[in-house]
Write a protein that binds this ligand. Structure first.
Ligand code: GRF
Length: 206
């Protein structure tokens, strides 16, 4: 009996990498049939890179300042991803907007996590936006990436209640717990071929 090859991932990061860690842990536990071919950071020295090294995952610095334009940056990024034969690009706290060059090179194969219930509060500081607006519930969203900012088809969402005395930090912490659950879960569904598009709607087969 032949066993299917694991799905080849690249995880793109810019910071602490707690979502990266959650993905690594579920792969190592045998719960997701995937392997991380490389972790790519646009920032030097972030803790996410150290997490990758601890698990023997190759790292690449693709620095913001190294390219004159967004398209040049993205063309070089596509090269790196192709070299590693990446099938799914995972944006895990990657603080940079990608151009149509990247999205066109990996159609339906770039996913992102956002710390709010989209379409509410896209862009930066989503938790702060939610607190200032006064919503009673926020949460997180995993979505396919399209040419807009946080506008692509939604894969999974999780709801987190907002407490009266929440600070940006306390709300972010509770949202992160849910991110660590639904992001790996979305990758598992993708790896098992359970996601399909119907216009904007993403259907999940059992
Ligand atoms: C997460 O809140 C994610 O939703 C946002 O950036 C944060 C990254 O956290 N895009 P980490 O680096 O995975 O710990």
């Amino acid at each position: 009996m032949s066993v299917a090859e694991p799905l080849t991932l690249a995880v793109l990061v810019s910071g602490n990498g707690s979502n990266l860690q959650a993905i690594i842990d579920r792969i190592e536990a045998g719960e997701i049939h995937a392997r991380i071919a490389c972790v790519i950071s646009n920032v030097h020295g972030v803790f996410a890179l150290e997490r990758a090294r601890r698990h023997g995952i190759p790292t690449v610095i693709h620095a913001n300042g190294a390219f004159a334009t967004r398209r040049e940056y993205d063309n070089a990024l596509v090269e790196v991803l192709r070299t590693h034969r990446v099938e799914l690009v995972v944006l895990a706290g990657f603080m940079r907007i990608l151009s149509d060059v990247m999205i066109g090179a990996f159609p339906g194969a770039v996913i992102n996590i956002h710390p709010a219930l989209l379409p509410a509060f896209p862009g930066l500081h989503a938790q702060k936006q939610a607190l200032e607006y006064g919503v009673k519930f926020s949460g997180c969203t995993v979505h396919f990436v399209d040419n807009g900012t946080d506008t692509g088809p939604i894969i999974l969402q999780a709801v987190v209640p907002v407490m009266q005395d929440d600070s940006e930090e306390s709300l972010s912490r509770r949202i992160l717990q849910e991110e660590h659950r639904i992001f790996p879960e979305s990758i598992r569904l993708f790896a098992e071929g359970k996601l399909s598009f119907h216009g904007r709607q993403v259907r999940i087969s059992s």
